[in-house]
Design a protein around this ligand. Structure first.
Ligand code: FES
Length: 91
């Protein structure tokens, strides 16, 4: 199973804009998968330092899903990006 890498910026700007809520949501996804009796995709969440995108005027929270940058990320948009990369979730 391919692992989906979700990098959530934990710099000051992104944290103030709600980055920690996104991390909590991704952990909830793991719990839901377990309750459903198995994992349909493996997700690794990493809190990473400021990517300096905030200094370029890009609004946070900023999240990278397998390298794709999401700005003004919300739990819903991050979940959609994760599920789009889960082969079993798309069957
Ligand atoms: S704090 Fe997130 S890019 Fe700077």
């Amino acid at each position: 199973m391919d692992k989906i890498i979700v990098e959530v910026c934990a710099g000051t700007h992104c944290t103030m804009m709600g980055a920690m809520n996104i991390i909590d949501s991704i952990h909830s996804l793991d719990e839901i998968q377990r309750e459903m009796g198995g994992e349909f995709c493996e997700v690794e969440v990493r809190a990473i330092p400021c990517m300096d995108l905030c200094r370029q005027g890009i609004q946070g929270p900023i999240v990278r899903v397998n390298g794709q940058i999401l700005h003004e990320a919300e739990s819903e948009s991050v979940m959609a990006a994760i599920l789009a990369r889960c082969p079993k979730a798309n069957k």
